[in-house]
Design a protein around this ligand. Structure first.
Ligand code: FES
Length: 382
């Protein structure tokens, strides 16, 4: 039974339809907007191949249908093809979310043979120099171009992802032109959301309202043109929470359909939840059935009874579930509060202050804090 109505938690939560396997936090790149936790370098050993396959089996038994492989960079795992094969045998629809670094034509063939259904390649920018600066690799851009073409040549739909922010959003036309030149089928133009390293760098990444409006207008002009030409490319534009007046229904509700397993086996209702002062279970110690239905962490924000005002009496709570728990925690110190993105939140002024800050002189690219293991360890010690 899907979570609905106004009870504190459903008798039986619906299945975790969407399983995200964060196979590793290792990554050859250093994006300053990475959503991985700041303390990723301190996390424990990665699950073994056999442990991951057991996770997939148990989640499938619970009803999971879609399995995303992400990270870090999932291609760092040499057993990725074996994991994809096992997932496919279990009947999952599988999706690889990758930077393309570590990919080769041979590896695309091997993944295809293993049964991989879908590959999404991310870029940092349409300009080689900016892309490589953000990625921290002088070869990243050319390799991504080659791999995007190879993915398409292997018969996959080309799905590209660009995280946009104040340093690349003004080149949105060049980004879209690049996607069209690559014969992309789907393009996600996702304005940076502020979790993990992105939150740390928020003052340097949040675009101004003017930048955002211009980018959305240009995207809409391209959309209209592509539709008129019956062009197959679909452009998806994602605005950042910080310019909304109502919060998103994060994860479509806590513990409602999304199940994230981190590299060390910690099970989370979203990729960012580990920072919350909530105990989350580990697949090394508990079955996924227990984790999903019974564990404290997964029930902590299910239903509606946990909500304080203004969410409790809000007639929109069944639509947005009070917004994002992680954002509420990061901005107010209490994960039970309404997401401050909501104009009804008493903490909404924090969002307004961030917008105002975005109008000030931006930080340069070299002033951002880049994600890497060394910095993660320094941040953890501080
Ligand atoms: Fe954790 Fe939104 S990212 S609830």
């Amino acid at each position: 039974m899907r979570n609905s109505g106004c009870s504190s938690k459903p008798e039986q939560p619906g299945p975790p339809l969407w399983l995200l396997a964060e196979l590793t936090y290792r990554c050859p790149l250093q994006c300053p907007y990475c959503s991985n936790p700041l303390d990723f370098a301190q996390h424990g050993d990665e699950l073994s191949t056999a442990q991951w396959i057991e996770v997939f089996r148990q989640a499938r038994e619970l009803g999971a249908a879609q399995l995303g492989f992400s990270g870090g960079e999932p291609l760092v795992r040499r057993d990725l093809e074996e994991l994809v094969h096992a997932a496919r045998e279990l009947g999952y629809y599988t999706n690889l979310i990758t930077s393309g670094i570590g990919l080769s034509e041979a590896r695309i063939d091997a993944l295809s043979e293993a049964g991989l259904d879908h590959i999404q390649v991310s870029f940092q920018a349409a300009d080689e120099e900016v892309n490589n600066l953000l990625a921290g690799s002088t070869k990243a851009f050319q390799h991504k171009l080659a791999m995007a073409r190879a993915v398409k040549a292997a018969g996959y739909p080309m799905v590209l992802n660009f995280v946009t922010h104040r340093h690349n959003i003004d080149r949105i036309d060049r980004i879209i032109e690049l996607c069209l030149a690559l014969e992309a089928d789907f393009v996600e133009l996702a304005t940076c959301q502020f979790y993990g390293w992105a939150e740390l760098n928020r003052a340097g990444l949040l675009p101004t309202r003017e930048q955002l409006q211009r980018a959305e207008r240009i995207t809409n002009e391209y959309r209209a043109r592509l539709a008129a030409e019956k062009h197959p490319c679909k452009l998806i534009f994602v605005t950042p929470d910080y310019y909304e007046e109502r919060p998103k229904a994060c994860m479509n509700g806590w513990g409602n359909l999304f199940l994230d397993i981190t590299p060390d086996g910690t099970a989370l209702p979203c990729h960012s939840a580990r920072q919350l002062p909530v105990q989350f279970p580990n697949v090394r110690e508990h079955s996924l059935g227990h984790i999903w239905s019974e564990s404290f962490g997964f029930n902590r924000f299910r239903g509606y009874d946990w909500m304080p005002e203004p969410c409790r009496s809000c007639d929109e709570k069944e639509r947005d579930f009070g917004g994002c728990r992680c954002q509420a925690f990061m901005l107010t110190g209490d994960a039970s509060n309404a997401d401050p993105v909501c104009a009804k939140s008493p903490h909404h002024h924090k969002i307004l202050a961030a917008r105002e800050q975005a109008e000030q002189a931006p930080l340069e690219l070299d002033q951002l804090t880049y994600r890497n293991e060394r910095t993660s360890k320094i941040i953890c010690r501080a």
